[in-house]
Structures are given as C-alpha cells and as structure tokens.
Design a protein around this ligand. Structure first.
Ligand code: C2E
Ligand code: CA
Ligand code: CA
Length: 470
C-alpha cells in the first residue's frame, strides 16, 4: 500500500491453502482413471496409454504388445464362493500382474496393467524387439498363475486365457489392436482355456467361419439338417450288441457333413444346445424303439449330454420325452463327461440321484482325461466308466496307456461299476481289454457309427474273437 507520495508503506500478503484443492483433484483423477477395487488403471486410462504406446512403437521401430487376459470360469468362482472371495481374487490377480511387469523392482516406462472390467485385464508392454520377446512376457504372465490363490482360508488354482496382439505388426490403431487381442483370446478359450495365443490372420478367418456356421446353426434344426448316427456298444464276454450310442451329425447344405467337434461347442455358446439336445434325446428314444424291432428287445440307447443341459428341469424334460415316446427309462442311458460331472459337484450328485430314481443309467464319458476326485466318484450314482479312446489308441498296450487302462478297469471293478472302452480299433486292443476283464467295448473294429437305415445289417450278429461282426 502506498501513501499520498507513492511510497510503499505496507505490504499485504494473501495466501490460500491449496492442499484440499490438490486432494480433490487427485481424487477426481483417481475416480476417473483408476479401478477402485484393484487400484489399477481402468479402461479409459488404458486406452490413453495404449494410444501413446502405439505411437511411440511406430516412431521408435519397436513392437508394443497388448496382452488381453480373462480369468477362466470366473463366474462359477463368484457364484460358488461369493462376491467377497471373487473380489479378493481379482485383487490378488492385480498384484501378480503388476509384479510381472517389474524388472529389478521397477516398471518400465509406459508399461501398464489395467483392469478393463469384470474379470478382464490387459497388459501393455513396450520396447519389444519382436514376437520372441512377447512370447517371453506371455509365458511369464501365464506362469504367474501356476501358484494357487487364496480363497478365504484355503488355496485354489485359477487359470487364465491370454490373447496377444502386437503393434505395429498386427494393428496400428487402438481399436484394431484391442479387437485382435480379443479375437486371439476368444480363440484360445475355444482351444480349451488355460493357454495363450497370438493373433494371426488365420484366427480372423477361423472366426468368420465360426460366425457363418453360427448363423447357419440357428436354422439347422428347423430345416432338419441334423441326424443321428449310431455306434454299437458290445459285451466283450458274449459278443452281443447291448446298446447304441447316438452321435449327432450336421449335414450342412453347402459344406456337407460337419463333425460334432466343430459345432457342438457353437451350440453351447449360443444356447442352441437346449433345443437341439432335446431333439437328440427324443429322436434317440424313438429310434431305440426301432432297434428293438430290428435287433431284438432290450437294446438301449446312449445319449451324450452337454453341460448346459445339466439343469434342474433335465429330469422333467426326459420324463416328458419318455412318456411321449413310450420308451422304458431302463433303455435310456446318458453319457456325461468327467470334466462336466466334476464342475459343479453338489448339483451333479443331486441330479444323478434323481436320474437313478427314475431308473436311468448314467455313465462317465472320457474317463481318465479330466480331474476326477475319487471320493466324489463314490457319491455319484453312476453305472459305468467309459475309458477314453486316447488310452486305447497307441497300438502298444504294454506302455503307460496299458497301465492306465488296467488301473481304470480295476477301479471300476472295485467300485462295483461296469466299464466300457471306446475307440477300439484293433484285435490286439480287443484282446488286451478282454484279458483284463473290461466288460464292454465300442469302436471302429466292431462298427463305425451308422445311420438308422443301415442298422438292420447288424441283426443277429455277434462279435467273434477278432472283433468281426458275424
Ligand atoms: P464321444 O462321446 O467321445 O464320442 C466318441 C467319438 O469317437 C465319436 O466321434 C465316434 O465316432 C468316435 N469313434 C468311435 N469309434 C472310434 C474308433 O474306433 N476310433 C476313433 N479314433 N474314434 C472313434 P464323433 O461322432 O465325431 O463325436 C465327437 C464328440 O461329439 C463326441 O465324443 C461327443 O462328445 C460329441 N457329441 C456327439 N453327439 C453329441 C450329442 O448328441 N450331444 C452332445 N452334447 N455331444 C455330442
Ligand atoms: Ca460319448
Ligand atoms: Ca468319449
């Protein structure tokens, strides 16, 4: 302040405490850019960082890798253990992923881990020389999941599926790079999860074929493009045919016969497995009445079930079909894969109890390939174990496969279960199975799966010592 002579006589200082303003700013920044649960960058910040990384990779002639990561069966984990455990798992995943990016305690410039929402995470890794470097990172991330996670006071294994795309190699903008990494991840899920997969043009092609097929599947049932083939299951003791396994076929108008391995997963993804599965059940039951007429009564039919069909109303659906068709429940068998049965054990136990009450036999398919808990096996009301064909294959049964087959047969005998071997192709395999008292067999040696119209040729035949139907 100056006096009348313009001399400075006083100073006034004004000051403001900015700390609360700074605090608010940083809070807003956190809310906008970070995920509150894991404290990782969220989708918004991830996109911004990715954009910068792509530009830099381009100008510095390096590659940036985008790893797109999804926890396998997270929904089941959440449903089974509750959201609190689910949240805690996501936090542990975040920690592990963050560690993956650290080298000697520091994260490199521009590398980030982000949570994109739900159980999806992304990693951006910069300055890579090429696919080899990316491969190393992918391997490191995948290996971070080999150690079990904490689930409350217990530990459990959790697996992830990872899709990877590189920029500029696979894409030069944010949206394309994300789409390609996502496609690679989707493809890896289809290959059975718990793996990682790089993007390639081939995946794009596969995906469009898949979308085409998916589209055609919607009309296939109505257009009567599905049919069932039947493969005999024979009693190895007297050579008689005891049952027929129903195997679905899709006669595509342009592509011809499409094997079930290629479209059953699509039926499952689209939910079409429910109507189609019901059609299979009903058609198989009707056909079973035909076998009775052609091949003599008492022959049963065996139907494969998919996971989505294992719901509470399955027994109702089957009950309705049986009464509509007029087939005795004792002539219907259901094949349930081992991995399916083990997925939701308590539900499976309840369902198997109900089916047993109805008088329907269930067998465990592909036995030996999944993770069986032998204690649960005791609680499952099942009649039969089916030894997976991968053990029967490999002509020399003196090796490990032979030991496994013998172990499964022994297990079945001890649990008072029947045992059937699938994929029997040679007289040597037949001899091996017979000498170890395997009850039943199925495979090309006896017969390929046949359409109903060719079943009559089996009438009155039995398997001879060499497996020929005479
Ligand atoms: P799966 O239940 O393990 O069926 C046995 C598969 O092995 C069939 O393949 C059969 O044709 C084949 N096979 C039979 N004998 C031999 C042999 O001696 N050697 C070899 N290498 N293979 C043999 P397919 O018909 O292609 O069926 C593949 C899978 O598709 C089935 O495996 C089953 O998991 C699924 N599937 C088939 N029909 C249905 C259905 O109606 N519903 C559901 N949910 N799945 C089905
Ligand atoms: Ca089967
Ligand atoms: Ca099988």
């Amino acid at each position: 302040m100056k006096d009348e002579n313009h001399r400075v006589v006083r100073y006034i200082a004004v000051f403001t405490d900015l700390s609360s303003r700074k605090f608010t700013d940083s809070l807003v920044d956190r809310l906008v850019n970070y995920d509150p649960l894991t404290e990782l960058p969220n989708r918004l910040m991830f996109r911004n960082q990715l954009k910068k990384a792509i530009l830099r990779a381009h100008s510095e002639r390096k590659q940036t890798a985008l790893l797109y990561l999804d926890i396998d069966r997270f929904k089941t984990i959440n449903d089974t253990f509750g959201h609190q455990i689910g949240d805690r798992l996501l936090q542990q995943v975040a920690e592990r992923l963050t560690k993956c990016l650290r080298e000697s305690g520091r994260t490199r410039r521009g590398d980030i881990v982000a949570r994109l929402g739900g159980d999806e995470f992304a990693l951006v890794v910069n300055d890579l020389g090429g696919p080899d470097d990316a491969n190393k990172i992918a391997r490191r991330v995948w290996e971070a999941f080999t150690e079990p996670f904490l689930f409350g006071d217990r530990t459990r294994r959790v697996t992830v599926t990872i899709g990877i795309a590189l920029s500029p190699r696979d894409a030069e903008n944010v949206d394309d790079l994300i789409r390609h990494a996502d496609l690679a991840m989707y493809d890896a899920k289809h290959q059975g999860r718990n793996t990682y997969q790089f993007y390639s043009g081939r995946i794009q092609e596969k995906n469009s074929t898949r979308l085409d097929l998916e589209n055609d599947l919607y009309n296939a049932l109505e257009r009567r493009e599905f049919s069932l083939h039947y493969q005999p299951q024979v009693d190895l003791r007297d050579g008689r045919i005891v049952s027929m396994e129903a195997l679905i076929r899709w006669n595509h108008p342009d592509r011809g016969m499409i094997p079930p391995d290629q479209f059953v997963p699509l039926l499952e993804d689209t939910g079409l497995i429910n109507p189609v599965g019901e059609w299979v059940l009903e058609q198989a039951c009707r056909d079973c009445l035909q076998f009775g007429k052609i091949l003599g009564t008492g022959l049963s039919v065996s139907v494969n079930l998919s996971g989505h069909q294992l719901r509470n109303d399955l027994t109702k659906i089957i009950g309705r079909i049986l009464s509509r068709v007029g087939l005795s429940p004792s002539l219907l068998k259901l094949e349930l894969t081992e991995s399916l049965a083990m997925q939701q054990v308590q539900e499976t136990i309840a369902l198997l109890d109900q089916l047993a009450d109805m008088g329907i036999d269930v067998l465990i398919d592909d036995f030996g390939t999944g993770h069986s808990s032998l204690s649960y096996l005791r609680q499952f009301k099942i009649s039969t174990l089916k030894i997976d064909k991968s053990f029967i294959a490999g002509a020399c049964l003196q090796n490990d496969n032979g030991i496994i087959i013998r172990a499964i047969i022994g297990l079945a005998h001890n649990l008072n279960l029947q045992v059937i071997a699938e994929g029997v192709e040679s007289p040597e395999q037949l001899e091996f199975l017979r000498s170890h008292h395997c009850h039943f067999g199925q495979g090309y040696l006896f017969s390929r799966p046949l359409p109903l119209s060719e079943i009559a040729q089996l009438a009155g035949r039995r398997i001879d010592r060499n497996g020929r139907l005479n």
